[in-house]
Design a protein around this ligand. Structure first.
Ligand SMILES: [Mg+2]
Ligand SMILES: [Zn+2]
Length: 450
């Protein structure tokens, strides 16, 4: 070995040692979270976040979405049996870290139950909560607290949910907790509110009870079925998602073992199924308000990991579209501003007797007389036939053309969805992940065995 070569090899060894040391520092175990808040924006794809952000900044003059400050990557959404997942398989991936078939909840494709991150958290003594705007028995919350082969088994899901020892359950869906004799949908005669009360739960059924003093465990259900869309919500009757989440955090945060809380913007998905742009938009804004409040808590707390993602995209929303065969390089969020209600609530008002033209203009800013003849005719005919389905096909097209946006399906799509994270463990979420990795990462960071 020549002197030059020897010097060079010493230099290389020093260099490698230095690199090794810094790689080791990077690989050193990051801080682990004491608490986890998992947000799920059901059916909210990347275009939907663009819609909400642009409306917030360009129409309302706001700063932008809270989630935008903490975006770290994307999530692949396919299920075991389809490239287009449903919410049951999507939530099972987050809850259990496994792929299952569409429709199945916390069981694998062979029907074998798998432990959920919520159950593992409970078993370790952590406090847990589920906060949603759908029925509490709907697919997303159910995947964390029930094991059934089919998401339609909502009476069984309710039974399993109240037996898990969950500290906070907030959402809609009293029907699944009451027997038919008491106005519910249960056919087994059981009254799960009575059973939960005997097991120690505080039962909350109204806004007034929600505003009074709460204690854990608490079962708070505010509607027979789903809670209202944010655009229709009467604050005197139902709390917002952010209000429910703040109360949940207050009830969970003092557990010395930490807490796991899942918060779902459930009806972002339902509005997208209905191609109802305004209802979709306002539920996303309500979701982002909840994330903003959770980020405030996490920044002050310093030991809470926040992860937010969607189970899938719904509606195939596009911003910009063809109008009369020509691609338009624009879209107009301001077209959604005059719309006061969701499609369903609009239909109630349209059929209450005020007349089509007047009610439509008051409720949506759309002037019937100003519409092109074929679109006006479709609206009038569907209205006179009292055919809500046909009416909304025509109405959604009118709104979409005004806003220059488009919907490609009334179902789900297979695109990747956004991923957001903040707090201890955040770095593990950077990148493009399979949906099952989200569940496994949460369990790993909390030191839980799934
Ligand atoms: Mg859902
Ligand atoms: Zn859906």
């Amino acid at each position: 070995m020549t002197v030059q070569k020897a010097v060079l090899s010493v230099f290389v060894v020093v260099l490698l040692t230095a690199c090794g040391a810094s790689a080791q520092q990077e690989a050193a175990p990051a801080a682990r979270p004491h608490n986890v808040i998992l947000f799920i924006s059901d059916g909210c794809g990347p275009a939907s976040f663009t819609l909400a952000r642009t409306y917030l900044t360009d129409v309302l003059g706001g700063e932008g979405l809270a989630v935008d400050g903490v975006q770290v990557g994307a999530v692949r959404t396919r299920s075991a049996d389809s490239r287009v997942t449903d919410s049951a398989a999507g939530a099972t991936a987050f809850a259990c870290g496994i792929k299952t078939n569409n429709g199945a909840l916390a069981v694998d494709p062979d029907g074998k139950p798998h432990t959920t991150v919520l159950e593992a958290a409970e078993a370790r003594g952590m406090a847990t909560g589920l906060v949603v705007t759908s029925t509490i028995t709907h697919a997303t919350p159910a995947a964390f607290a029930a094991h059934v082969p089919s998401r339609g088994m909502t009476a069984e899901i309710a039974t399993q949910e109240i037996a898990q020892g969950i500290e906070v359950l907030f959402g809609g869906g009293t029907m699944d907790f009451l027997p038919a004799e008491a106005g519910g949908s249960r056919t087994d005669g059981r009254n799960l509110f009575d059973e939960a009360r005997r097991a120690g739960y505080q039962i909350v059924r109204s806004r007034a009870e929600f505003d009074a003093e709460l204690r854990a465990p608490v079962l708070g259900l505010f509607a027979p079925g789903h809670m209202a869309y944010e655009i229709d919500r009467d604050p005197a009757r139902e709390p917002s998602l952010a209000e429910m989440m703040r109360k949940a955090i207050d009830l969970l945060k003092d557990d010395p073992d930490g807490f796991f809380l899942m918060v779902e913007g459930s009806r972002i998905d339902h509005a997208a199924h209905g191609n109802d742009a305004a209802a979709h938009l306002h539920d996303i804004l309500a979701f982002d308000e909840a994330v903003a409040a959770a980020l405030d808590f996490a920044r002050a707390d310093g030991q809470t990991l926040i992860v937010s993602t969607s189970d899938h995209e719904t509606g195939g929303l596009t911003l910009g579209r063809n109008i009369d065969g020509m691609g338009v390089y624009a879209w107009r969020p301001e077209a959604l501003e005059p719309i006061k209600h969701s499609n369903g609530a609009l239909w109630e008002r349209l059929t209450a007797g005020g007349g089509l033209a007047q009610t439509l203009e008051e409720e949506t800013g759309i002037r019937l007389a100003a519409l092109a003849a074929p679109r006006r005719a479709s609206l009038v005919e569907a209205y006179e036939d009292r055919d809500a389905h046909a009416f909304f096909r025509a109405y959604n097209e009118v709104v979409s053309r005004k806003a220059i946006l488009g919907w490609t399906t009334s179902g789900h799509t297979g695109v990747d969805v956004n991923l957001y994270a903040f707090g201890p463990g955040r770095a593990r979420f950077v990148g493009n992940h399979d949906n099952t990795e989200i569940g496994r990462l949460l369990a790993d960071l909390l030191g839980l065995e799934l």
